[in-house]
Design a protein around this ligand. Sequence first.
Ligand code: SAJ
Length: 428
Amino acid sequence: MRELIESRNARIAVIGLGYIGLPTAIMFASAGFEVTGFEVREEVVERLKNGTSHIAEPGIEDLLGEAIESGRLNPTSNPEDIRDRDVYVVCVQTPLGDDGTPDLSYLESAVKTAAKAMKKGSLIIIESTVPPLTTLKMAGLIEELTGLKRGDDFYMVHAPERVMPGRIFKELVYNSRIFGGVTPESAELAELLYRSFVKGQTFKTSSTVSEVVKLMENTFRDVNIALANEFAFLAHQYGIDVFEAIELANTHPRVRIHTPGIGVGGHCLPKDPHLLVWPAKEDFGLIKLAREINDSMPLFTKDLLFEALKTLNIPPEEAKVAVFGIAYKGDSDDTRNSPALTFVEGIREDVAEVRTYDPLVPGTSRSIEEAAEGSDAVVIATDHSAFKSLNWEELGKLMRTRILIDGRHVVENPPRGFLFKGVGRGEY
Ligand code: SAJ
């Protein structure tokens, strides 16, 4: 296998062409490997064959076009097309089910697809974020299905990604990377393979340590955001601006307080802390409480809005509210688990009308003016760059009442003539 990888003659199958699998398949193709991209969604395969991407990522159209035209990347939905590959890279989602526990059905299906197609000596790599011990379980599934033995007859690795949407191609190359093998040789082979395009540092460990590391990274972030949100609650108690306090506290060389806001969204942070503790036999208070605090932020923002309506004697049932931003974070078009949407659903039944405007998300108001027209309150729910330079004097003329609620610390100095409240802005 080592020679096949070094000579770029290893034939690679990437299973799952989503926002991680497609860029990864493109990077391997660009590094000179023959890559077959397996994707169950046939409409996605057809688009990719024509060189058009179903995911919006800077630079992806050109890189995809080159990979397809060179013949090195071949999208398919036929499992026969990935038979007897040297490497299988599994990049499928691991969402939470409706019951709040991890749904590993996509992963198991992808691993079974690989097991049916693989050969003796294949290297199986799981990039998906999974609960600890899952890679070992998947190795057992492969052994059951193929009769092959891990380590002797096939290699298996957990290789988590750390990329940020919008910077995927840069981070795939320059971010450091961890390879967790079910055997040391598995990790060595995976590291050799990825160094065909990874320029960042690479580290080898066991599959379970790798799974825990990935989940610790996002749990660390979620818990620290929850702490920042709790500092915001305190700022309201003490009548201070939490962002001023955080900026000053962060001048300490070893303090890095995160940013409070309307909540925590995306497909990672709301989920990964649950994956981390799920297989454990006991509860973990801090991690669980942090999730509860972050999930409470849309409601906290609703309270700020209702306090402002009350101050101006506007009955909520008569209020018209414009929500600016529904994406889960600034300059993204992704609305998965967006706290802005949780906020919108949380007020919809209590107010007369809710209009949303998000420049990056289709289906919202055609313009910010259309959303603001006749409204009693504007609520900023996403920190899009476009919202940082709004003409509030002009927008205010369109509004019936001028209430401004800032859920993402977008407005530094509240505009004159507005009743302003912001998450963490306790002085208002
Ligand atoms: N957020 C805050 N306060 C903060 C930072 C973020 O409220 O200080 C909110 C954001 O508005 C957003 C949510 O949290 O709603 C998640 O934001 P994020 O910047 O963590 O974005 P993700 O989920 O796209 O990316 C994270 C990253 N993980 C870490 O930074 C540790 C990324 O590196 C991972 O690759 C990604 O999860 C993932 O795929 O796991």
